[in-house]
Design a protein around this ligand. Structure first.
Ligand SMILES: Cc1cc2nc3c(=O)[nH]c(=O)nc-3n(C[C@H](O)[C@H](O)[C@H](O)COP(=O)(O)OP(=O)(O)OC[C@H]3O[C@@H](n4cnc5c(N)ncnc54)[C@H](O)[C@@H]3O)c2cc1C
Length: 472
């Protein structure tokens, strides 16, 4: 029902003076029906909220609700509206999902990318993990060769070209490990997704798969509009936690790992102290080791308070960790600000979600473990390289590590693949780009040829990857 502001005020018993000034309502709008354009049902009164108010018809059927039966909560069978149809749907827009979607589109497929948050990059940007590790292989002469190319290489080149405050310049000494500004990274990912004409759906949480026999025919996601379906020929799970392969009933193992919380501190270029304070044993006090910015922008420094080890899927645990880390970070900075020379330092921002490093690990057709790498294993189905990282030398990743055992039309990439003793390389940013690109390319080839990813010709996959700039 339409109601004018005057009528509304009358019903409340408020006089005409208030109706004229609108004072009784402050900033709140009240719709009027004077001189409305076709379709409009009112004007917002406050021009900051737009010119006219239009009704939006329901696009999704409401309910039916879950119900109690014998003390249990039951969910009734119901039809799920089809929201979209595509060749490849990638769920999760972290660096793996971003690379998968871009690569699938470059291979010629129609692609949809589904992300629960409102921006791309996952832990890399929203988790504010900013150092891109494991990009390069050390050669016998001591030089480094960048091995994470393709979408990762294009992204890093364009990041460097965006300007010096965006990305630190990689050098031989820092093993080609640039630190990237999170806002710039989000901006660049949006541009690259737009350029490839990918159907991007933010604020959509993938919750289920659509099964037909042992084949996956798409996904079900949840949004503010309820549950809806996306039909696809191939699905790529890049949720970081294997949410989609979990829903598909694929086999996996879950492990505990470090859960971290990152923040960025600003005004680091205004520290006037010459040395960090130390305890009586000469140790630098926690939180004081930062003496200068460590990003492209000399004013900012990204850092984290000590991590806890635990279950990265349990929301009780994650909630405790979020609250604990925010408190620790705030108190560390307040202490810092009371120290002579550090008065101007402040928290620029904290990560928008805490970072579980590893949770589920897929049981794939080939699980790469540390022994394989130590034995310089050279898989015939290699689809990319990872650079040197800690205990792991540079190595090749096999296509089979992306294929779940026993489920068709599904691939996975990113931090939810690998073995417990290799996941610390699989999960790094550049390797996630690499497995994402391989999974996206394979998903497109499968969708375009009407085959399951397991049955595509691996030589064609490798040729396509090389054509798109991947280092093999
Ligand atoms: C504290 C910490 C420090 C780290 N330090 C480094 C480092 O220095 N260098 C380095 O290279 N790596 C580092 N890493 C590892 C690295 O940042 C991540 O492993 C990597 O970014 C993971 O990428 P991903 O795309 O696989 O997953 P994620 O980044 O987790 O992306 C998954 C995406 O999927 C979305 N998503 C999840 N579930 C759903 C769903 N059901 N439906 C829709 N969307 C969904 C998420 O919102 C997210 O955008 C660190 C990680 C942590 C936590």
């Amino acid at each position: 029902m339409q109601i004018s502001k005057r009528d509304f005020l009358k019903r409340l018993g408020i006089g005409s003076a208030a109706a004229i000034t609108g004072a009784a309502f402050g900033d709140e709008y009240v719709a009027s029906n004077e001189k409305l354009p076709p379709g409009a049902i009112g004007d917002p009164m406050n021009p900051r909220f737009g010119k006219w108010i239009y009704p939006i018809d329901h696009t999704v059927e409401d309910g039916p609700s879950s119900f109690m039966k014998g003390g249990k909560v039951m969910m009734p069978g119901r039809e799920v509206p089809i929201f979209h149809e595509t060749d490849v749907v990638v769920v999760g827009g972290g660096c793996a999902g971003f690379a998968a979607a871009v690569a699938a589109a470059k291979t010629g497929a129609k692609v949809a990318l589904v992300e629960k948050d409102g921006s791309l990059g996952g832990l890399f940007t929203n988790g504010m993990v900013l150092i891109v590790l494991a990009t390069a292989r050390k050669e016998a002469g001591g030089d480094f060769t960048v091995v994470t190319r393709g979408v990762c290489g294009e992204f890093m080149d364009r990041a460097l070209n965006l300007g010096s405050a965006f990305c630190t310049k990689p050098t031989k000494d820092n093993l080609m490990q640039p630190t990237v500004d999170p806002e710039g990274a989000k901006y660049l990912m949006d541009r690259m997704v737009e350029e490839q004409k990918i159907d991007m759906f933010f604020h959509a949480w993938g919750i289920d798969v659509i099964q037909e026999g042992n084949k996956i025919r798409g996904i079900v996601f949840m949004s503010k509009q309820g549950m809806q379906a996306i039909l696809a020929k191939t699905v790529v799970d890049c949720t970081g936690d294997g949410d989609i392969y979990f829903a598909a009933g694929a086999q996996y193992r879950q492990i505990t790992h470090g859960i971290g919380f990152v923040s960025r501190w600003a005004n680091l270029d205004r520290i006037t102290a010459k040395r960090p304070p130390r305890d009586k044993d000469g140790n630098v006090l926690p939180g004081y080791w930062i003496m200068k910015g460590n990003e492209g922008n000399p004013s900012t420094c990204w850092t984290g308070v000590p991590n806890h080890h635990g279950d990265g899927l349990d929301i009780r645990n994650l909630t405790r960790e979020e609250i604990y880390h925010r408190k620790e970070t705030w108190e560390a900075v307040q202490k810092l600000r009371k120290t002579p020379g550090w008065e101007e330092v402040f928290i620029a921002n904290t990560c928008s979600q805490i970072g579980p490093r590893v949770t589920r690990l897929l049981k794939s057709e080939c699980i790469v473990d540390r022994a394989m790498i130590a034995n310089k294993w050279d898989p015939e189905d290699a689809v990319g390289w990872f650079g040197v990282d800690g205990p792991h030398a540079a190595w090749k990743v096999p296509y089979r590590s992306l294929l779940p055992v026993g489920v068709e039309n599904l691939l996975s990439a990113g931090r939810c693949i690998g073995a417990p003793d290799t996941c610390d390389t699989f999960r790094l940013i550049a390797p996630c780009f690499v497995t994402g690109e391989a999974a996206g390319t394979a998903a497109a080839l499968a969708a375009l040829s009407g085959k399951s990813p397991r049955d595509i010709d691996v030589k064609t996959l490798q040729k396509t990857l090389v054509k798109n700039g991947v280092y093999l």
